[in-house]
Design a protein around this ligand. Structure first.
Ligand code: ASP
Ligand code: MG
Length: 474
């Protein structure tokens, strides 16, 4: 029997609000289901607060009580009998978290593994609670924890990623799936059997990795929003849904700021050629996905699928007359930054300057690190902040003439200055930097230029085709 992997995120797990929809949607599949779940909304932040701020035993006690009260409320508001029947199961597991109470007020004694264990505890609670929700509704279901099925993580450039080879072997050996299997997302075990996490929002990635390891038919991500949009609907009212994306388009959109997917989710799905379908929990029926991500062909009529935007970029600019020709300089800089644990998001170089794009939180430290090599070649180091990075994404963007001119023409019409551009580094992305204050207007004008000619059903209108007479050259 085929297996679908479903991911249910924290935004869907707000109270008991969507419980009925979760039950309806699981019933609508006629296959084995592996459901990978996030913590209830806000609970990971509570865990983070428990382990990262200094607090008295009383404060720890109050916070723990808050978490358990919330879980009780969720169960009771769904159905008082549900709480009566199964609360003791949740309380049992919760007592594991409570056993850390004393150590939480003397933080020094927590090992990294214990820290991650607590951080990922929200997922262990939601998976248990949902497994009983299914049982309460007479659905056959079993909870499996990553530590028991051997979901293995390994370190790669400072972050933890899933070790597919080991995980696949373990899952095949230990896991015989029932009709519904629930697995908490966000964490796994490293080879030393310590708990590791996959970064905030990491349940998407856990679910994709599991889908790959068990060769699932699809990865279905259930959200409380529409799927991918043509741009951020909070900034541009005209934004509409994007029905279909290639793996690379989705990966670049996630990288450049679309918050809908964890950045690495696409990788395992693409490896296994598993389609990712994004559904809206408000319509819990399988046929109506909002976005599908698969190995798709470029769309010759609507090359740009979406424009993403992120404020989490700053530029470290190293200036000097001969910078562009000094052999090994960029390598030296990147090496120093890597040693300091700083991720270089992108680089744009010229003869007289190197522009390194970093996360805002890293810019001051990066500047201090680079001062060490200031000298003959590097005459000045500047940090450029208060910027936004906009990325227009679409298969065919580098092969179809006229796209860049439409984008920058639209910006010029509004007198918006573009301070840096990168085109061609990715087959599907063009990105550029504008002042933060111009962000909304920039998005609006580009979006209008690229999308307003679409008809209401999302396909290009005739006049658009006639006007441009485009032909796609693959
Ligand atoms: N609960 C984790 C977080 O809030 C992981 C997830 O939701 O995907 O980041
Ligand atoms: Mg989340």
């Amino acid at each position: 029997m085929e297996t679908h992997v479903l991911k249910i995120g924290g935004s869907v797990l707000r109270g008991s609000h969507h419980f009925q929809s979760i039950i309806d949607l699981t019933k609508s599949y006629n296959s084995l289901l592996v459901i990978v779940v996030s913590a209830f909304y806000g609970q990971t932040n509570l865990m983070l607060d428990l382990i990262s701020s200094k607090q008295t035993p009383e404060q720890v006690q109050t916070k723990l009580k808050g978490v358990s009260n919330e879980l009780w409320q969720i169960m009771n508001s769904y159905h008082p009998d549900f709480a009566l029947k199964y609360w003791h199961k949740i309380a049992d597991r919760f007592s594991i978290l409570e056993s850390f109470k004393d150590r939480l007020s003397e933080k020094a004694t927590l090992s990294q593994g214990e820290y991650n264990f607590i951080l990922s505890f929200g997922e262990r609670l939601s998976s248990l609670l949902l497994s009983y929700l299914f049982k309460f509704n007479n659905l056959e279901c079993e909870e499996r924890l990553p530590e028991n099925i051997g979901l293995i993580g390994k370190k790669q450039s400072g972050n933890f990623v899933v070790d597919y080879k080991s995980t696949r072997k373990n899952l095949q050996a230990t896991t015989e799936f029932k009709k519904i299997t629930i697995i908490p997302g966000y964490y796994g075990l490293d080879h030393q059997k310590e708990i590791v996490t996959f970064g905030r929002g990491g349940t998407d990635y856990s679910a994709a990795a599991i889908a790959y390891c068990i060769k699932a038919k699809t990865l279905d991500i259930w959200k409380d929003v529409s799927g991918f949009m043509t741009t951020d609907p909070r900034l541009v009212e005209e934004a509409t849904n994007v029905e279909q994306l290639s793996y690379q388009e989705a990966a670049e959109l996630a990288y450049f700021g679309a918050e809908i997917l964890h950045q690495r989710t696409v990788e395992p799905a693409q490896l296994g050629k598993i389609p990712i379908r994004i559904y809206d929990i408000h319509q819990p029926y399988q046929s109506q996905y909002k976005t599908i991500i698969s190995e798709s062909k470029p769309d010759s009529y609507q090359v740009i699928k979406s424009i993403s935007c992120s404020d989490d970029f700053s530029i470290l600019q190293l200036q000097g007359a001969g910078i562009g020709i000094e052999v090994g300089l960029l390598g030296k800089i990147c090496h120093l930054l890597a040693k300091g644990g700083i991720n270089v998001k992108s680089v744009i170089t010229a003869q007289t300057s190197i522009n390194i794009l970093l996360s805002n939180e890293d810019i001051d430290r990066a500047r201090t690190i680079c001062r060490r090599i200031k000298g003959n070649t590097i005459a000045a180091i500047r940090s450029i902040q208060q910027i936004s990075l906009l990325a227009a994404i679409g298969e065919g963007i580098t092969t179809q003439p006229g796209i860049a001119s439409r984008i920058f023409g639209a910006l010029a019409k509004k007198q918006i200055n573009v301070s840096a551009i990168s085109f061609g580094a990715s087959r599907v992305a063009i990105y550029f930097i504008v002042d933060r204050k111009d962000k909304a207007q920039a998005l609006e004008s580009i979006h209008h230029e690229l999308f307003h000619i679409r008809s209401s059903n999302g396909s290009p209108s005739k006049s658009f085709l006639e006007r441009h007479d485009f032909e796609f050259h693959a």
